[in-house]
Ligand binder design. Structure first.
Ligand code: WTA
Length: 644
């Protein structure tokens, strides 16, 4: 192959190697990787913290009193690290942020301009009374004011809590109430395929249903069609504070940088808290080592900033390294299916990071779309969110990466803050379909039900065996925020990820999907319990169980089995009410793809719903022995219903 790419095979599986031109310029080489592993844990994470500017340097890498606090004694500010230090070192005129709007408009901010805008908004927030540690909720689509507001919060030490704009008013209310947040920055609305969606009315409904008074600030995105009522206008506030400078507040390494909600195994969303020093070190180092980002690079992480991926790799990671980040407001196929490739060509993107669900859609649309564009600026590709199959991996490399770009398949979670399993593109070989090994400093293993490590090629639960800097604070404190922490018989620290995995003979990990009741729909994390609790709230519904059905495009689809009350018909009217109850409780992303009515759900003799059977039915799989059920006949009825 050209440029030094080679193919090798061990244990009957292929290896792919990065081109030598990539390896020779990589931030982290095989030698660096080995040196890090040799330094040992936790000292090797010092390298990560050294990528940041500390107002006061830390006394140790990890607190040795067992409290798992990273970089104790250190003081820093994330907004200073992501902006000011680059203005100060002569990079002020370099581009920090490029916004690609839905209607074809673009906006570019240099580091200097970003600093001015962040300062003005930080001053405005402070004037409104936002103090250190007050939580500011951001319910916004992909507009530049979203990262600006995040960085303004960070500047004054106010943790932000970003709520995905596709969530409903009820979902926003739960998150406002849970974080006891008295400030909400939102938008009048946004455009979806040319149609205006009004976000402000959702924000109003949410504010009405929480106990605290909420001060609203509204960004105008709909032009003359937008309404802000008696809320404050973002543009007016920024204009009023133009030119004001706010000194970045020094935060303790362990102080909160932001809160984010994610789906767990319960009916309530799980609140996860990320720290300033640990989180920022982790995302800066992984941007450097895994995404190989250099200050002169343009990085495009296509995830919405409403999810952790956008926080870490569209905002904090690339800006902490002084690179250029792209914020893309649209959908990939509007106005045309070549939109993403056009954006890559026009902005000469170096690193592109997206989800397998999108790659499968690109494949379906056909290679003629990327082929219309010059994508030769791309140096590295990444994927995240769900396992990527070998076919999609090869298509991505061939048609987007010109057959040459290394691909990093990065495994991580909201709770891990940043990537924990991946190859290092300048140091490791790649194996399509496997994420690679744990990064230097990370401990990972695959265990059986009793917590014993299983041999290679045997599947089990993926657990992380040591703390890492980007870990959610609730993991350190075991604060009862629903984040799992299990311990083995020997009492060793262990974090149960909820994913199943298998290690191959070469040590590479292959992810097999969630082992718990969390679904992964189009790379978005949803809880079956949360969807069920919305459905059972519908009048006339007695019981409901939600399972994931396999879907070649979306990863999982949401399949609801609903048992109506005895005098209620399972008809179209009820079906519509079920769908809209989920939309209003969570958002349309969680609406069931299919609703099957059944007189009863399969249960054990003790009355527990056996989802395993429902899952098998939804996926047309073999059920095995159902005799242990209290009502085995229902399984047969359901199968025949679905085969109709
Ligand atoms: C899944 C997103 C396979 C996994 C960053 C995890 C993956 C969940 C991968 C976290 C990958 C993420 N291969 N599965 N490369 N990356 N996942 O919290 O099931 O939204 O537990 O964080 O996504 O989803 P979350």
């Amino acid at each position: 192959m050209a440029n030094g790419s080679r193919k090798e095979t061990t244990h009957g599986r292929d290896w792919e190697t990065p081109p030598s031109s990539f390896v020779s310029g990589a931030n982290v080489t095989a030698g660096d990787r080995d040196a890090l592993r040799e330094t040992g844990w936790p000292s090797c994470w010092k390298t990560a913290a050294e990528l940041l500017d500390w107002h006061r340097s830390f006394d140790a890498v990890l607190d040795d009193d067992g409290s798992t606090r990273w970089f104790p004694g250190g003081r820093l500010n994330a907004s200073h690290n992501c902006i000011d230090r680059y203005v100060a070192n002569g990079r002020g005129d370099e581009t920090a942020l490029i916004w690609e709007g839905k209607l074809g408009e673009t906006r570019t901010y240099t580091y200097h301009q970003l600093r001015d805008e962040v300062n003005a908004f930080a001053a405005a927030l402070r004037n409104l009374g936002v103090g250190e540690d007050d939580v500011v909720t951001l319910y916004m689509p992909m507009v530049p004011e979203l990262p600006i507001a995040m960085l303004a919060c960070a500047r004054i030490g106010a943790p932000h809590s970003v709520v995905f704009a596709g969530f409903s008013a009820n979902a926003l209310a739960t998150r406002l109430a849970g974080a006891d947040s008295e400030y909400l920055v939102t938008c009048d609305g946004y455009y979806r395929r040319g149609t205006a969606l009004h976000l402000k009315s959702m924000a109003d409904n949410a504010c009405l249903s929480v106990e605290q008074d909420v001060e609203q600030i509204v960004v105008n995105r709909l032009g003359d069609d937008g309404e802000i009522g008696d809320a404050r206008s973002y543009a007016d506030l920024v204009a009023d504070h133009d030119g004001v400078e706010i000194d970045p507040v020094e935060r303790d390494s362990d102080d909160s940088l932001f809160l984010i909600y994610t789906s767990g195994t319960t009916g309530e969303p799980t609140l996860v808290e990320h720290t300033t020093g640990g989180y920022l070190s982790h995302v800066a180092w992984t941007s450097h080592a895994v995404f190989d980002l250099k200050p002169e690079d343009t990085h495009w992480c296509s995830a919405d900033v409403g999810w952790i991926t956008g926080h870490s790799y569209a905002v904090y990671g690339p800006l902490a390294l002084g690179a250029t980040t792209i914020l893309y407001e649209g959908t990939p196929d509007h106005p045309e299916k070549n939109r993403l490739w056009e954006v890559i060509e026009r902005n000469e993107v170096d690193v592109f990071y997206t989800a397998p669900t999108s790659i499968r859609a690109f494949m379906k649309w056909g290679s003629e779309y990327p082929e219309q564009h010059d994508l030769s600026s791309l140096r590295l590709l990444g994927t995240v969110g769900e396992p990527i199959d070998e076919t999609a991996w090869r298509w991505y490399r061939e048609h987007v990466g010109g057959g040459e770009c290394p691909i990093v398949d990065t495994w991580w979670q909201t709770e891990t803050g940043g990537v924990v399993l991946s190859t290092l593109p300048g140091a490791d070989r790649m194996r399509p379909g496997a994420v690679g090994r744990e990064l230097p400093g990370i401990g990972a293993t695959v265990v059986n039900e009793v917590g014993e490590e299983v041999p290679p090629r045997e599947s089990g639960r993926l657990v992380l065996t040591r703390p890492w800097p980007g870990m959610a604070r609730s993991l350190c404190e075991d604060a009862g925020w629903g984040v799992r922490r299990t311990s083995r018989a020997d009492g060793q620290w262990q974090y149960d990820t909820g994913d199943n995995a298998v290690r191959d003979e070469d040590g590479y990990l292959h992810l097999l999907g969630r082992a718990d009741d969390v679904l992964n729909v189009s790379g978005r994390r949803l809880s079956t319990a949360e969807i069920e609790s919305a459905i059972v709230g519908v009048d006339g519904v007695a019981e409901a169980a939600v399972v994931g059905g396999t879907d070649t495009m979306k990863g999982s689809k949401v399949h609801a089995f609903v048992s109506p009350e005895s005098n209620v018909a399972g008809d179209e009217v009820l079906r519509t009410r079920v769908q809209s109850a989920v939309e209003s409780a969570i958002g349309s992303i969680a609406a069931p793809d299919s609703v099957t009515f059944t007189p009863s759900l399969p249960k054990t003799r003790s009355g527990k719903v056996v989802r395993r059977y429902l899952k098998a039915i939804a996926n047309g799989e073999d059920l095995g022995d159902t005799s242990a059920l209290r009502n085995p006949e229902v399984v047969g009825e359901l199968e025949s219903l679905l085969n109709e």
